[in-house]
Design a protein around this ligand. Sequence first.
Ligand SMILES: [Zn+2]
Length: 345
Amino acid sequence: MRQERSGSQVNQSIAVSALLLAALFLLPLLVAAPFRSTLFEREEPVDETEREAPAPPFASGALDASRPLRVLDGAEVLEMDLGTYLVGVVRAEMPASFEQEALKAQAVAARTYTLYKLQSGGNHGEAADICTDHTCCQAYAGEDAARANWGEQAGAYEAKVEAAVRETDGETVLYGGVPILAVFHSASAGLTRAAGEVWVNDLPYLQAVDSPEPGDRIPNYYSRVEFTAEELKAKLQTAFPGADLSGGMEGWLKDPAADSAGSVDTLSVGGVTAKGTQVRSALGLRSACFTWEAQEGKMVFFVTGYGHGVGLSQYGAGAMAAAGADYREILTHYYTGVTVEPYRG
Ligand SMILES: [Zn+2]
């Protein structure tokens, strides 16, 4: 009996342990169950009438379709026609929430830039015509990536971008009958900058013009960056090895000369004459329209606008379109002395 009793006690404790073990494994399922049921609910079929019909794939207009392109995307070379490429560029280069005429101006500027690169040989030799790296050629976004970024607006935005390209089929900004270097930027400081003030060569069609920037509606239109003396010294010394940065930081940057757009054309960095654009890139500022001031032991930079400031301003184009300008008016405003027409050359 004793043995039987103790045997049944052993059996009981095994049974209890088994139950506890089972409970341990079941607990997560019990906790997860409510979430699983909501997941299942989400998978309920929706009313077919509410489901968006899949849009037909983009088809370029006749002129854009007649230009095959080899687009370097990372290590891969994608083959597509000019129109298909431009849809990817407009998706990536301008917020699709912008006015339709601004998107059309962006499409024509991107087409013009691409044709200029094709005619001037581009940056990729025999390997490709153009690439998807915005620091080299132009930004590019495939449809899936853009749709994921756009969320609920994806269908409407994709339709706007495709229409901007198709409705301007082949249209190009020309100066003297040839495609121009149609550079663009995000937001100027109220005036665009002449090419010669930013880069080495001046171009007759890239001159300073007024730009109606809606500053209060542009994210980070006015930005502020601060550096400790050590941080500032390290960055300036790397970019300008000849600069004498002895003494207090208040004396390191001197004698700023403004260009016609109010951006810093040149300044002295520790006795070395530098371009405002060089200091901009050395310090990672959003534009070369900046001032600086020592505050509480730090050097603070106040910056207006975003980008190099040359050519078409995207936010300025958006403001012009909102005020009723069409894409041709926008393009001929930002690019001096040009025409906008279908180009077959
Ligand atoms: Zn490139």
